[in-house]
Design a protein around this ligand. Structure first.
Ligand code: TYM
Length: 342
């Protein structure tokens, strides 16, 4: 196996904007924790992506530490995995520029996340927001990562990453980049808002009642579940009975994921019972699973110096992998390198 061409290398990222929520946890982070035991895993707090929309600098620094603390509290080991913030490893930006010269406007124009985030006033969106997916491709391919654990909403970006990798390889007549595989698994790959089963649970949703944050205390978690939108019917005993009932489907999916079970099993237990029974059971389960993480995160944040030390160490280890890969990319592209390495 040539150097830096691993058979399996995991890479994934998360934005340091606001609190982590249940969707991030069940859709992605929980899987990151599992994968780090079997694979070389690199996890990145993507602060360069965060500034594609306006950020307060002080707040961005704080959020970067908070998200890092949440990841550690959720079970990411900074020793077993590499955990760092994106802006510390300049190779991400360098490769993103090269990929800006590979990706086509037409490909980026199809990205639904850009359309959602830019909203009606597209002319006013930053160029960075438009080019967001090329930076994401660079994040992954700067490590020649082969597998990318994400929630359902990132699937389109992963397809674009594969297109960029393939185009680069074709344009330059090389077999340099792998075509990374998205890993979307578990029973909650798309956790929906608690206020509207038709829209995704998200940090950017205005109502805090729409999501459960990993920092919420026990009372708040229980209250948000009590207030979650539902329909008046009892739960069905079969999965097919959830069709056309997005809120019920979402809450049952969350229960199944938190209980490490599946939807069939949950419905076997709760089928025929109303939300008056189901919601307290879900609240109890959510509190039992989430509140230890919130506590651990707060404990870690009491020593921000320790968090910074983790990120320092992670950045050094990440750069040690990415730097030689980007040197090879520069050579493939035809950039004149330093004397002695031409
Ligand atoms: P971000 O910060 O929006 O979300 C981080 C991870 O959480 C998942 N996720 C969800 N999963 C299920 N249900 C939800 N409601 C939900 N909301 C979020 C996301 O799918 C993601 O896996 N573009 C990425 C960050 C990124 C990245 C990368 C990811 C930058 N570079 C390279 C992978 C590889 C993002 O905005 O994630």
């Amino acid at each position: 196996m040539p150097e830096n061409r691993p058979e399996n290398r995991i890479f994934s990222g998360i934005q340091p904007t606001g609190n982590l929520h249940l969707g991030n946890y069940l859709g992605a982070i929980r899987n990151w924790v599992t994968l780090q035991d079997s694979f070389e895993s690199i996890y990145c707090v993507v602060d360069l992506h965060a500034i594609t929309v306006p950020q307060d600098p002080q707040q961005l620094r704080q959020s970067t530490r908070e998200v890092t603390a949440s990841l550690i509290a959720a079970g990411i080991s900074p020793q077993r995995s590499i955990l760092f913030n994106q802006s510390r490893v300049p190779q991400h930006s360098q490769l993103a520029w090269i990929f800006n010269c590979v990706a086509r406007l037409g490909w980026l124009n199809r990205m639904t996340q850009f359309k959602e985030k830019a909203g009606k006033n597209r002319e006013n969106a930053t160029v960075g927001l438009f080019a967001y997916p090329t930076l994401m491709a660079a994040d992954i391919l700067a490590y020649r990562a082969t597998h990318v654990p994400v929630g359902e909403d990132q699937k389109q970006h992963l397809e674009l990453t594969r297109d960029i990798a393939q185009s680069f390889n074709m344009n330059y007549g090389v077999e340099f980049f792998p075509l990374p595989e998205p890993q979307i698994f578990g029973s909650a790959t798309r956790v929906m808002s608690l206020r509207d089963g038709g829209s995704k649970m998200s940090k950017s949703e205005a109502s805090d009642n729409s999501r459960i944050n990993l920092t919420d205390d026990d009372n708040l978690i229980a209250q948000k579940i009590r207030k979650a939108k539902t329909d008046p019917d009892a739960l069905p005993s079969q999965v097919e009975g959830l069709a056309g009932r997005p809120e019920a489907q979402n809450l049952v999916g969350i229960y199944a994921a938190l209980a490490d079970s599946d939807v069939e099993t949950v419905l076997r237990e709760f089928g025929g019972r109303g939300f008056g029974d189901f919601k307290p059971a879900l609240a109890e389960l959510a509190v039992a699973k989430l509140s230890p993480m919130g506590r651990e995160m707060r404990r870690l944040l009491a020593n921000p110096g320790d968090i910074d030390a983790v990120l320092d160490d992670g950045a050094a280890r990440a750069e040690a992998i990415a730097a030689p890969i980007i040197e090879q990319v520069n050579e493939i592209v035809g950039f004149l390198g330093p004397v002695g390495r031409r």
